[in-house]
Design a protein around this ligand. Structure first.
Ligand SMILES: NC(=O)c1ccc[n+]([C@@H]2O[C@H](COP(=O)([O-])OP(=O)(O)OC[C@H]3O[C@@H](n4cnc5c(N)ncnc54)[C@H](O)[C@@H]3O)[C@@H](O)[C@H]2O)c1
Length: 274
């Protein structure tokens, strides 16, 4: 989507962190922005600081009706939506052996259903317009995994898979798709997640430690600017950190090695359609 001037962006989780960075970068590119977050005070502070081209909105991305209401609020105020950033997310660190089913539900409801609800509520609108762009925030944890991030990376791998399929589905319909896969970014993720967690999904287990050292990460605005560049250039994978190259290569080499081992042991099994 090369021309962003005066277009409309809806960014979830924009009351702080990466979402705030995307909202600010979108506004700097001349876009009008719906700053949406479950934390209304946070969203209002960001929107007020951006100025008249921004509006705040409360949304709970784990609730489809709430996401549909956000879409309707954006349409009522701005008249259109061109860019949707499904960015809201939460984190907890837990070994699967220790995690409660509520911990799984909390992460899946926000990190995966949040993206699904965004796609469900906005894709028909973008398709009707014949123009639009969706950016889904996954993580480097959507490309590589390891304890104690198993629950979190389960949701983020799913967001990468969803985004890859969505790209292929809408590529010829004038709709762009990107998936954002950052490493550490200096945000409130490891504390705010527990502030916004619904009481009903509080397992009572302290999953805050060991938390990744997000304070050592990139500035959220720098990530936001990368996202806006990717939207302009139609880049699918938005990779903000190059320090995970060897681990990604190792993972993919392991898959290729398994393929080769299969062929060596059983011969070619091609010819069957996926
Ligand atoms: N910080 C990192 O190092 C890092 C790395 C990779 C990916 N990410 C991803 O980036 C995204 C943004 O996180 P962040 O690091 O900016 O953290 P953050 O906590 O600063 O921002 C996340 C925002 O999402 C909001 N939110 C949480 N649950 C919500 C819900 N149900 N509905 C609406 N809003 C909700 C929070 O209130 C918060 O303002 C997340 O998807 C996260 O998984 C972060």
């Amino acid at each position: 989507m090369q021309s962003l001037e005066n277009k409309v962006a809806v960014v979830t989780g924009a009351g702080s962190g990466i979402g705030e960075g995307i909202a600010r970068a979108a506004a700097a590119a001349g876009m009008r922005v719906l700053v949406a977050d479950i934390d209304l005070a946070g969203a209002e502070a960001v929107a007020a600081d951006i100025g008249a081209q921004a509006m705040a909105c409360q949304v709970d991305v784990s609730d489809l009706q709430s996401v549909e209401a956000m879409r309707d609020a954006a349409l009522a105020h701005f008249g259109a939506v061109h860019l949707l950033c499904n960015n809201a997310g939460v984190w907890l660190g837990a070994l699967m052996a220790d995690a409660d089913i509520k911990d799984w539900q909390f992460l899946i409801n926000v990190n995966l259903y949040g993206v699904i609800h965004g796609v469900k509520a906005f894709l028909p609108l973008l398709m009707e317009q014949g123009e639009g762009y969706i950016v889904n925030t996954a993580s480097m944890g959507g490309l590589i995994s390891g304890p104690p991030e198993g629950l979190y990376t389960t949701t983020k791998f799913a967001v990468v898979g969803l985004s890859e399929a969505l790209l292929m589905e809408v590529a010829d319909k004038g709709i762009g798709v990107s998936v954002l896969c950052p490493g550490l970014v200096d945000t409130q993720l490891t504390t705010k997640s527990f502030e916004v967690r619904p009481d009903a999904l509080d397992s009572g287990i302290d999953h805050q430690q060991p938390a990744p050292d997000t304070a050592s990460g990139l500035a959220p605005l720098a990530v936001g600017e990368r996202v806006i560049d990717a939207v302009r250039d139609g880049e699918f994978y938005i990779i903000t950190h190059d320090d995970y190259r060897d681990i990604i290569a190792m993972r993919h080499q392991g898959i290729l090695d398994a393929l080769d081992a299969q062929t060596r042991r059983y011969g070619s099994t091609s010819g069957r359609e996926l």
